[in-house]
Design a protein around this ligand. Structure first.
Ligand code: PEP
Length: 257
């Protein structure tokens, strides 16, 4: 089987101006040594307005920290006021972009077709999409989380080749666990992550599915990350609130210790 390098991605959401962003990245880099940053991939996902500053910090000091955006347009350019295109992110050195976060689905009415177009736009620009899927409380109470997440996965990956899918990172984020302090149990996380991987085996093949990194997201903290990472199909975490504190996020990235 392909060893999947653990990925810890910090979703800053709509927090931190470019000065604060610089400070956080510098502190984070100072808290992690080369071995830690080699064993575990550490990525920050700041607001668009911070990306140039983060690029400068990372390039200037050759920091082993990756970065990316929280969203992108499905289009490459044009009359789309307020939107940001994939080529712009690629030019800023972004390696990643979040696609289909539940907050985008909820507040910006993003559906599976749009999420699918955004995943394709990310890949077309050499960006790794961090594709978010996850069920709300109602679906969880009906115990329909697995079919719900597999449907979202199918919708988001429609039309992609197996080769493209190996470059996608999937983030399972139960909506009821985001920003609520309610973490899914490690077993809850594993249940959906293993079924997502099985779906990838069915749709593509074993090798492809074995290469895809699947993250868990939802109130991950330094105190619970190790138990979640001990699950065989969880390859990392998408971290919101706890990624705004450099020491806490560094500790999350040091989870193997
Ligand atoms: C997120 O928004 O992706 C997230 C997981 O948030 P939090 O860690 O704050 O629950």
């Amino acid at each position: 089987s392909t060893p999947r390098r653990p990925l810890m991605a910090g979703n800053w959401k709509m927090n931190l101006n470019h000065l604060e962003a610089n400070l956080l990245v510098q502190k984070l880099a100072a808290s992690l040594n080369e071995k830690q940053l080699t064993d575990v991939e550490c990525v920050v996902l700041p607001p668009f307005t911070d990306l140039r500053t983060v690029q400068t910090a990372v390039d200037g000091d050759k920091l082993l920290i990756g970065y990316g955006a929280q969203d992108l347009s499905p289009f490459a350019s044009g009359a789309y006021t307020g939107d940001i295109a994939g080529p712009m992110l690629a030019k800023l050195g972004c390696g990643y972009v979040v696609v289909g976060h539940s907050e985008r689905r909820q507040y910006h009415y993003e559906d599976d077709a749009l999420v699918n177009a955004k995943v394709a736009a990310a890949l077309a620009n050499g960006l790794t999409p961090i594709l978010c899927i996850g069920e709300g409380l109602e679906i969880r109470e009906q115990l329909k989380q697995v079919p719900h997440c597999c449907d979202q996965l199918d919708g988001a990956l429609k039309g992609l080749t197996a080769e493209q899918v190996t470059k996608v990172v999937v983030a399972y984020e139960p909506v009821w666990a985001i920003g609520t302090g309610k973490t899914a149990t490690p077993e809850d996380a594993q249940e959906v992550c293993v079924e997502v991987r099985k779906r990838l085996v069915e749709t593509y093949d074993e090798t492809t599915a074995g290469q895809v990194r699947i993250l868990y997201g939802g109130s991950v903290k330094a105190s619970n990350v190790a138990a979640i990472m001990a699950q065989p199909d969880v390859d990392g975490a998408l971290v919101g609130g706890a990624s705004l504190d450099a020491e806490e996020f560094a500790q999350i990235c040091r989870f193997p210790e």
